[in-house]
Each structure stands twice: as C-alpha cells, then as structure tokens.
Design a protein around this ligand. Structure first.
Ligand code: URA
Length: 295
C-alpha cells in the first residue's frame, strides 16, 4: 500500500487515517492486514495533523459539491408487482405522505414485491430520525431479519467500527437504512425491480430525516439512490447530489463506498473505505461550515 495522496487532499494516507480518528479496533485490523503485507503502521506524527487537516478541509470547501459528481434523483419506481395493492402512482403518493409511524406500519405490511414472502419481518431502519448522517446498505440479512434492525450481523459490527473511526455511533446523529426492507432469500443481492419497488420507502425516509450527508454502502445502495450509473470503483471518490421531489430543498451530498460485507471478504480494500470515510467527514464539516455562513 502506498502512503501517497490519491485524492488531492494534501494529506498522506497516514494523515487521512489519523484525521479519521481511527479507533484501536480499526487500527488493529489494518495493522494485521499491513502485517501480512509486510508494511509499516500508518499513524502520522501528531504535530503534522492540524495544518494538514485544515488544508484538506479548505480544499473541500473550495470545491463546489457535485463538481465531479452529478445531480441525480432516485430511480423511477418499478412497474407494480402483481401482489401490490395499489397502482404505482397512488402507492408512491401515499408513501410520500406518511409520517414515521405510518411508514413503519406500511413497510411492515408491504407486499409490493416477492421479498415479503420469505421475510420474518420487514426492517425499516434504525437510528436518530433527525440525523445528519444517513448510511444506506443493501438489505437485511438473516440476523437483521430475525432482529428487525439493520446491520446487526458481522457486517454490522464492522460498520459500527467504521462509524467509531469517524467518531460516530449508531443511533447518535446517525441513521442506518437499507435499499430494500425485506431480506432477499439466501442473502442474495436484491434485484433492480425489488430495489425500485422499495425506493419510495427510502425516498420517504430521506425526506423525513433530511440528512446532511448520505453514504451509500455498496452497489445495491448506489443503484437505489443513483441508478445504475457505473461500477462502484467509478463512483467512489465523487460527490453526487440527491434531490427529492421538492427540488426547492437543498440538495444532499451523496458519497459511495464499499459495503462492509465486501470489506470483510476483501481486506485490502479497507484502506480505501477509510479514505472514503475520511472524505465523508471532511465533506460533512464543509457542509456544516457552509450552512452556518451568513447569506
Ligand atoms: N447488509 C446490509 O446491507 N444491510 C444490513 O442490514 C445487513 C447486512
């Protein structure tokens, strides 16, 4: 692994990791990987951090959101599945008006696609409903299906560590949702039609939360929010914008990173995920600074 600076932030990789406030859990795992690869630990000298970090933040502040990304909207809904109770437009409009209780109830009762047939329960999401951070994964796995909460299995433990690495915690200024609310049988990847059928629920969650930043974890989440616009590798490192139907509202910046389950299988890409998280944190700081500037 090089210690170079592929993102033009002015920081070395070690400084990026330090800027992320990496926890010992993350650091230990990375050191284990590094150890296997025979490379040195990454922590930079502490004195180098503040100037470098503020330079990186300034670089992001000077970069308009979406400069390298695009303004995008969620995918149009799929044609109505045969077991859906309502025509697609009515269903969309109805979901778009729901409050949290209504959303919870509607998701629990949803039979709009075949995923309902094998679920134990639908999994809406978890966390702070006024969170600035929204993380979106793929769909519930077997443990999530059993417990009714996203990311509680092994991938969830890694996600918690990733959150801790940037001083975040599940439930505190963080909301976690999935592209689809019901477990795909055998933990398969949800199909595009299933993602699109579930998209009104995700849209409504975003509208209710109004996060400051959305982080898409993996290809299914990227497909759900950005559409099928490229490989994960091509989407990483860019800033997209999410706009809902009420385009008068400020666009929400969107980043794409790896899914934690993928990272559990592909240890060498953890460092790239750290870079993504670091970038997310800097972007959050930049949007917070911009939002608090006088008009
Ligand atoms: N993977 C996901 O994408 N979401 C979960 O909730 C659990 C695992």
């Amino acid at each position: 692994m090089s210690d170079g600076n592929p993102h033009g932030t002015g920081l070395t990789r070690g400084q990026l990791l330090h800027e992320m406030g990496l926890t010992s859990q993350w650091r230990l795992r990375e050191q284990a990987v590094e150890g296997r690869a025979g490379k040195a630990a990454l922590a930079p000298p502490p004195a180098a951090i503040p100037a470098a970090a503020s330079a990186a933040t300034a670089a992001i502040e000077a970069t308009p959101l979406g400069e390298v990304g695009e303004a995008v909207e969620l995918l149009a809904p799929a044609p109505v599945a045969s077991n859906a109770a309502l025509p697609v437009v009515d269903r969309e409009q109805q979901i778009a008006r729901l409050d949290w209780d209504g959303l919870q109830h509607s998701v629990a009762e949803c039979r709009a696609c075949g995923l309902c047939q094998e679920r134990r329960q639908a999994v809406l999401g978890v966390g702070d409903r006024r969170a600035e951070w929204l993380f979106i994964g793929e769909g519930p796995g077997v443990e999530e299906d059993a417990r009714g909460e996203p990311f509680v299995g092994p991938a969830g433990k890694l996600l918690d560590a990733m959150l801790a690495a940037i001083d975040l915690q599940r439930g505190e200024n963080v909301y976690i949702a999935n592209a689809v609310k019901c477990r795909p049988p055998g933990n398969r990847t949800p199909e595009s039609a299933e993602i699109a059928t579930c998209a009104p629920y995700l849209r409504r969650q975003i509208a209710l939360i109004r996060p400051r930043l959305i982080v898409l974890l993996g290809r299914a989440a990227a497909n759900a929010v950005l559409g099928d616009i490229g490989s994960l590798a091509s989407l990483r490192g860019k800033t997209f914008e999410y706009r809902d139907a009420d385009s008068a509202k400020t666009a929400i910046p969107v980043l794409v990173s790896y899914h934690p389950a993928y990272l559990l299988r592909t240890l060498q890409d953890k460092a790239k995920a750290w870079e993504d998280l670091c970038r997310a944190r800097m972007l959050m700081r930049a949007t917070t600074t911009t939002a608090s500037l006088p008009a």
